[in-house]
Design a protein around this ligand. Sequence first.
Ligand SMILES: [Fe+2]
Length: 443
Amino acid sequence: MTYFDGFGAPVSHNNQHDIDEFHRAAVLMLGYAPDPVAIIREVLERSPDFIMARCFLAGMYLVASNKERQKDLAAQYHLLAPLFDKANERERGHIKAIKLWIDGDFYAASQAYADILFDHPRDLCALQFGHQTDFLLGHVSSTRDRPARVMSHWSEADPEYSYILGMQAFGMEEAGHYQQAEARALQCVSLNPKDTWGVHALAHCYEMQGKTKNGISFMQDCEDKWANNNYLSIHNRWHLSLYWIENCEFETALQMHDQYMAVSPQSEMMDMHDSAALLWRLHLDGVDVGERWVPAANNYENYLDQAYMPFNDMHAMMSMVATGRDQQADKLVAALEDNLDGSTASSDIIKLAGLPIVKGIRAFGRADYETAKTLLANARHNAHMIGGSIAQRDVINLTLLEAAIRSGDQSMANGLLAERTLMKPSSPLSDMFGARANAAVAD
Ligand SMILES: [Fe+2]
C-alpha cells in the first residue's frame, strides 16, 4: 500500500500520525509560520527513517542562505544516503537535489527539485524548496515558470492553493508581468489573507510599479494578517518602509527600522539584511542614521569569511564601511577573492557579480566614487546572479546613482534617473535625487 502526504505526493513511510505531522510542518513552512523545524525534529526523533521528513529538514537548511546551515545540511545527507534504496522516486529526487547542493552545484540542485515536479506536481515541498533556490540564484524565468508547471494540478478546492498562487505571483512580478502578477497576488490573499508570501508578492507588485499609495494602504489595512508571529514579518515591514522612502518620508522609515528591524545578536541573517538595506538607502538619501549600524556590523563580523552567497556579503560590506571597519572590509573582499577559481557555482557568482558589487560598495564607503561607478556600472546587469529580488538589488542602482551625483557626473545621474522614471513616473525620491544631481553641478 502506498501512503501519500497531505498534499497528495507519495511517501515511503507508513505511520499515518508521522505523515500528518509532516504535513502540518510543511503547511507552516509554506506560510512562513513557526515552527516547522521543531515539529519535524520531533517526528524524526521517534521515526529517524522517515525519509521525506528528513528531506524536509535538509531542504530547510539548504535554502537558509547562511553557510553555517551547510553543516546541518551535510549531516542530514549523511543520514539520508544509506536510506536511498528504501526511498521512492520522489524522495530520491529530493536526496539528489540535496547532494548536488552540498557539492556546490547549485544550479543542478535547483533543476533537480524542478524535475521532481514533472512526475509529482503535488509535491509542494519540492516546489517551495525549488522556488527558494530560484530566489537565491536569481533565476527569474524559473521563478515565474516553476509554479506554472504544477498549476493545472491544483484548484481553489485545495486548501493549499493560495501558496502556489503566491509563488506564481512573485515569479511573474520578478519577470516583469506586473498586471498578471498583481491579479494572482490579489487572488492569493483573498483566498488566504494570512498567506504572507502572497502579501509579499503584492507588496513587490506595488513597489515595482511605483504604486506607493496602494502599497501603503494594502500593507496597513491587513497588517494584523502578516505582521504577527511570522518569519516574513520583518521583511514585509521592510517593504512598507520602502514606500515611505519612495515618498521621501524618511523619518517614518527610520522609525519603522527602530521599532521592527533593529538588529540583535540573535537576529537571523535575512533580517539583518533588511536592516542593513534600509539603513544604507537612508544613508544614500542623506539621512544620518547614527550608531544604528553597530549591532548589524557586529553580527556580520561572524560571517566575513563565508564566501558563500554574495547577497549576504553585499549587506555585510555596507555595515563594515558604514562603521569604518576598514580591515574587516578588506577581509571580506579577500575571502571572496580566495574563492574566485573554485569549481562551485559560488565561484562563478562571486566572479561575475559578487566581488565587483562588494568592492563597489567598499569603494563608495571610502568615497572613491570613480571606482564605485566603474565596478557597479559594469556588474549591475549581472546582479541577478547574487539572488534576492529586483527590489532588494535596486540598492545597487541607488548606490551607483549617488556615486554619480557625488562625483559630479550629471550625465550618468540623469541617465540612471531616466531608467527609474520609466517604471516609476511619479517619484518624490527620484525628484530628490534629480535636484541633488543638478545642485551638485551648480556647486
Ligand atoms: Fe521582498
